[in-house]
Unconditional design. Structure first.
Length: 277
């Protein structure tokens, strides 16, 4: 099932992720920065946005704005991006944003390969973002087919002829008084990323399984209590019912004043009382 999401950068200002969730946003793709590892070439709100997404329980991906014109440039930009990620592995992948006109005339496939291959070697799911115009006119080499596509086309439908995983369909999704780029994700990226890293999703428990586990936890708790000696507050009552012949304790003579009493035990107490009469 398709999931609706947004992409975010410092240009969106301070973002309310709770408002995003309430508006039906299922994921966010957050800008890390741009270019290579020079001072100031990180998104000023990347760390803040990641922290907010995690706090809101919203899965996120990341994107990096490209200026590279060859493979080595792509590798260098990937290293900058990896430093900014700080070991995090986004569940919606890492995307190479190819749209800057200054790169035209360069080895665009080489740049994408340098970036994406470096990301994949680091255990990250990598893909390429570009407008439909760029996909149709500049990113046409067959080598791009080895990477997932994120296509930007502000229209009623995505007209990309090649397979794609995400479609950016608008730049004016208004949420909480701010405009966001709206996207549809057509793949289950969290599952893909977890599988890539050897992780398995735990299946959801049925209601019967939850109840069984709850009973086991309760029984274990009271079994532990049963091992403890009778507390001072219960000693007088225990001595009374024992002296009156109402209760004799368990088969080993122990009393469990903090445990639940069973229907069978209640019946035994009533029978003992009746026999006294």
């Amino acid at each position: 099932m398709a999931v609706k999401g947004v992409d975010i950068s410092e240009f969106n200002g301070s973002v309310d992720f709770t408002a995003l969730k309430n508006a039906g946003v299922g994921f966010a793709i957050i800008r890390t920065g741009f270019g290579i590892d020079y001072p100031g070439q990180q998104d000023k709100r990347f760390a803040e946005n990641v922290k907010k997404a995690d706090a809101a329980g919203m899965p996120w991906g990341a994107y990096h704005y490209a200026y590279a014109r060859d493979r080595q440039g792509g590798v260098d930009e990937a290293r900058h991006c990896l430093r900014l990620l700080g070991g995090k592995k986004p569940l919606y992948g890492l995307w190479y944003d190819m749209e800057d006109n200054s790169t035209l005339g360069g080895d665009l496939l080489g740049a994408a390969q340098g970036f994406c291959d470096t990301m994949e070697a680091a255990g990250l799911y990598a893909g390429v973002y570009a407008s439909l115009n760029w996909w149709n006119n500049y990113l046409t080499a067959s080598g791009f087919d080895q990477y997932d596509r994120w296509v930007a086309q502000y229209y009623s439908e995505c007209q990309c002829k090649k397979p794609y995983g995400i479609w950016q369909y608008t730049s004016t999704w208004s949420i909480g008084g701010k405009n966001f780029d709206g996207n549809w994700a057509y793949k289950d990226y969290p599952t893909l990323v977890r599988a890539m890293n050897g992780e398995k999703e735990e299946p959801e428990l049925t209601e019967a399984e939850v109840k069984k586990l709850a009973r086991q936890e309760i029984e274990a708790y009271f079994n532990e209590l049963a091992k403890k000696p009778v507390s001072n507050w219960a000693k007088e009552a225990v001595e009374f019912v024992q002296a009156e012949g109402l209760m004799n304790g368990d088969t080993d003579g122990s009393f469990r004043p903090q445990s639940f009493i069973t229907r069978q035990e209640v019946a035994a107490v009533l029978m003992n009382e009746r026999e006294k009469e």
